[in-house]
Design a protein around this ligand. Structure first.
Ligand code: ADP
Length: 405
């Protein structure tokens, strides 16, 4: 489609206004105060028609029009992935200060498609559905989830990262510590079988879980219930060599064979990446309430996180937001901040995928020192910028969870 086929303003009459017979519809008010409403008619996995209205300015109208034009006739999965950049590519010389209108338009379209899916495509239908749909592009390996083992758990949160070394375990542990300090009943499952870090982070190396009949008692650190493959090793330095089916059995045991009891939150520190292991963990949990994705600002780590975003979308796993860890180092002497791993990677990703940005956690040598010594960084360095950033991220996670329920 050439630029000349798009008339940025006013709206094309064919796409402005309610759509009779629409099977997906949503109205959203953006942060700027403008409201957009989208209607979609989806049949056979294709957007047959798409219309919108807005009370916003001519830029909102232009973005709504371009979004509807791109979506109409497109496969549902393609329309769902439309990005503000795709819309703006059709609108040359679009004012910079109004670019958020493109985000509002694509987000509203996406939500209208989600509305259709909720009504017409229940998650349990996905497994047998043949349709080309972004909810599930490829069949998932069969896993027997046993949700009963987690029946006392109110909220399941998984912490993911596209690759290792970005601070995923550190974030998971501090999330657990902070929630526990707020008075919640918390469990932390270290599902990283090859690099269990929870025993070290809580200064509990050498501790072992106790078996009572069919169930295992978790190890406790203050009020937090902990489970890690590290607590099942005879020696902390022992290497874990396990093949697929055995790994699955162990993960299943660590989730469903543990006496978690009544918990407000079970935080699962997932294995890094987007392969079979995090996939199995999420499937074994059943349907986690949401995922926190950890990245560094670096472009390469951000590229890995894109895969994590796709991973969650395939699993219909709500993304609570992205934490940008190791985000700048402020010299304690001169106060200058150096961005060792680049700047803003996490925030840009959030803008691109319309996700909540949970915050930036600066590099602080005490994070590493406390982690290695098994001390709570939040308790010992509560006044530091990094500790405050952790606390803000936790508040944001709680806020995002409230929105999910
Ligand atoms: P992952 O679980 O992603 O592999 P870890 O949580 O084990 O990553 O963190 C990797 C290393 O980075 C650890 O030594 C940890 O103490 C350190 N680290 C994590 N976040 C920070 C931070 N904000 N400042 C300083 N060191 C950090």
């Amino acid at each position: 489609m050439s630029d000349s086929e798009i008339n940025p303003q006013p709206a094309l009459p064919g796409v402005f206004g309610p759509l009779r017979g629409a099977n997906g519809n949503v109205r959203i008010t953006g942060p700027c105060g403008d409201t957009m409403e989208f209607w979609v008619l989806i049949q056979d996995g294709q957007i047959q028609r798409c219309t919108f209205t807005t009370d916003g300015c001519s830029s909102s109208i232009a973005c709504g029009t371009a979004t509807c034009t791109l979506a109409s006739g497109a496969p549902e999965a393609v329309a769902f992935e439309l990005q503000p950049e795709d819309v703006l590519a059709l609108l040359p010389d679009f004012p910079d200060e109004d670019k958020h209108c493109a985000l509002l338009a694509t987000h509203t379209l996406k939500s209208a498609i989600s509305d259709y899916r909720k009504k017409h495509c229940p998650p349990e239908a996905c497994a047998s559905c043949e349709k080309e749909c972004s909810s599930r592009k490829e069949p998932l390996p069969p896993v027997q989830a046993e949700p009963n083992g987690l029946s006392g758990v109110k909220h399941n949160i998984v912490v993911l990262s596209g690759k290792g070394g970005v601070g995923k375990s550190t974030v998971a542990a501090n999330l657990a510590l902070s929630l526990s300090a707020k008075g919640f009943k918390v469990g932390l499952l270290d599902a990283d079988l090859h690099g269990p870090s929870v025993p070290t982070l809580f200064n509990l190396s050498g501790e072992h879980v106790e078996q009572f009949g069919d169930t295992v008692e978790p190890v406790r650190a203050g009020g937090i219930k902990l489970m890690s493959s590290g607590f099942m090793l005879e020696h902390p330095d022992q290497a874990v060599i396990m093949r697929g089916p055995l790994k699955m059995k162990v993960l299943e045991q660590m989730l469903h064979g543990v006496n978690w009891g009544e918990l407000d939150y079970l935080i699962t520190d997932c294995p890094p990446g987007t392969g079979d292991e995090p996939l199995s963990v999420c499937q074994l949990i059943g349907s986690p309430d949401g995922a926190v994705i950890v990245t560094t600002p670096q472009e390469i780590a951000a590229a890995d996180v894109r895969k994590s975003v796709q991973f969650c979308r395939k699993l219909n796993l709500p993304i609570l937001g992205i934490i940008e860890n190791m985000s700048g180092y402020t010299c304690p002497k001169c106060g200058e901040t150096v961005h060792l791993f680049g700047k803003d990677g996490g925030r840009k990703l959030c803008e691109k995928y319309n996700l909540a940005f949970l915050g930036r956690i600066p590099i602080d040598p005490n994070v590493g020192l406390c982690g290695d010594a098994g001390h709570s960084f939040l308790e010992r360095h509560g006044e530091s910028d990094s500790a405050k950033a952790f606390e803000i991220a936790v508040e944001q996670v709680l806020f995002a969870l409230k929105k999910e329920f």
